[in-house]
Design a protein around this ligand. Structure first.
Ligand SMILES: Cc1ncc(COP(=O)(O)O)c(C=O)c1O
Length: 401
């Protein structure tokens, strides 16, 4: 067994990735070029969108998504965006960065995604969008979200940073929102080091997103290849290529990340198969702990890519989370909290959040954690994880069936 494979994620640098990276190094072309273009085209079309803009993180993708809709829809400071009460901190951060207010909605006790039955009560005159987050690798319940967005004329931003190549009722995640954002940061399903992508079916949004990621530059100039154009077209480019038409960001990334991403797109099915097999193996083998632990579950129609393996200690089970997590960590099995947000010091203070108003998020924040089930975990690692769980429960004199 390889203990370094017991982390929550892994890095995928296969021979193809190294070959492609070397191709970039030998070409000395680091700026927006063939690899990023290829990744953008394939990834966005695999997720049902015509346009993809690769940027340097999932957070950057979210930030330009919000900025784009702010510009096109005329959103004003103080407007509200609905997000789940359990999610990664950057969702709330990008909202407050734009002077909007994140409005938290409790999550579902089985899938841990936003509880769509609790969204409508949070909608008011200032609500502008719902950020639908597909957490832990699992598609969120999109049908009611789409219905609410239609009813109240709201935009949908999908935060799919943890979830890719997954369908909801036959349609891929990323194809439901006005804009959808993904992350390829280390430990994600596709890992390019740093990286992210915003995808959309809307040509106007695509132009604005590209411009926002590139200092707010006039969309006529996209890459240095544009220098090869001729005649009138080139003249037009020269006259406009150093014009900046909106305040923007420097969110570009390099061909090196594009190359690593392209290599992983070629093996994405293997990555997903392995993750799903690993997760189902853990679910099967840990089932005798079902009186104590809630293991991952998803409805048939909402897929799961198992970016991680979330576990929540059941209410009243008498299991101490710190003791369990520390035991696993001492065995070399990495654990992480399940994305606590509303109890973070800054958010608690800023929005005077009463934890009791979010009973499921509160339960997850206090009793939830996740471990990895990534593609580098093999049989030995999986069996070691299972054995370690049972050892802990036996040591604590807990009945295991
Ligand atoms: C749900 C979610 N949203 C956004 C992000 C931000 O992605 P990045 O770390 O690439 O900025 C993450 C990162 O882990 C995430 O899990």
């Amino acid at each position: 067994m390889n203990k370094s494979n017991l982390g929550v994620g892994c890095v995928n640098l296969n021979k193809k990735a190294k070959k492609y990276v070397n191709r970039v190094l030998n070409s000395a072309r680091l700026s927006y070029g063939p690899f990023i273009k290829k990744f953008e085209k394939k990834f966005s079309s695999d997720h049902g969108a015509r346009f993809g803009i690769m940027v340097n993180s999932g957070t950057s993708a979210l930030r330009i998504a919000v900025a784009c809709l702010k510009e096109t829809e005329g959103w004003q400071a103080g407007d509200e965006i609905i997000i789940p009460a359990v999610t990664f901190i950057s969702d709330a951060n990008v909202i407050i960065d734009h002077n909007f207010k994140p409005v938290f909605v409790d999550v579902d006790p089985l899938t841990y995604n936003i509880d769509s039955s609790k969204i409508e009560e949070k909608i008011n005159k200032k609500t502008r969008a719902i950020m639908a987050v597909h957490l832990f690798g699992q598609a969120a319940e999109m049908k009611p979200i789409i219905a609410l967005a239609k009813k109240y004329k709201l935009k949908i931003i999908e935060d799919s940073c943890e979830t890719m190549y997954v369908s909801y009722k036959g349609r891929p995640v990323g194809s439901f929102g006005d804009i959808a954002c993904f992350s390829t940061y280390a430990a994600h399903i596709i890992t390019t080091g740093v990286g992210g992508i915003a995808i959309t079916g809307n040509k106007r949004y695509a132009g604005i997103l590209r411009s926002l990621a590139n200092h707010g530059r006039d969309g006529i100039y996209v890459s240095i290849d544009d220098r090869n154009k001729k005649g009138k077209e080139l003249e037009e480019i020269i006259s406009r290529r150093f014009k900046f038409i909106r305040p923007g960001y420097s969110f570009r990334l390099t061909e090196l990340e594009g190359a690593i991403g392209c290599a992983q797109l070629e093996i994405i099915n293997q990555i997903l198969d392995r993750r799903r097999k690993n997760a189902h193996y853990l679910i099967k083998k840990l089932k005798d702990l079902k009186n104590y632990l809630q293991l991952p579950w998803h409805p048939e129609y909402a897929g799961h890519a198992f970016m991680m393996f979330p576990i929540v200690i059941k209410k009243g089970a008498g299991i101490n989370k710190s003791a369990l997590v520390n035991y696993l960590e001492n065995k070399g099995i990495e654990t992480r909290d399940m994305l606590p947000l509303i109890n973070q010091p800054f958010y608690k203070k800023m929005y005077r959040i009463r934890q009791a108003d979010y009973p499921i998020a509160n339960w997850i924040n206090n009793y939830g954690f996740y471990i990895g089930c990534h593609q580098k975990m093999g049989q030995l690692e999986l069996d070691y994880i299972v054995k370690s769980f049972y050892q802990h429960f036996k040591k604590k004199n807990k009945k295991v069936r």
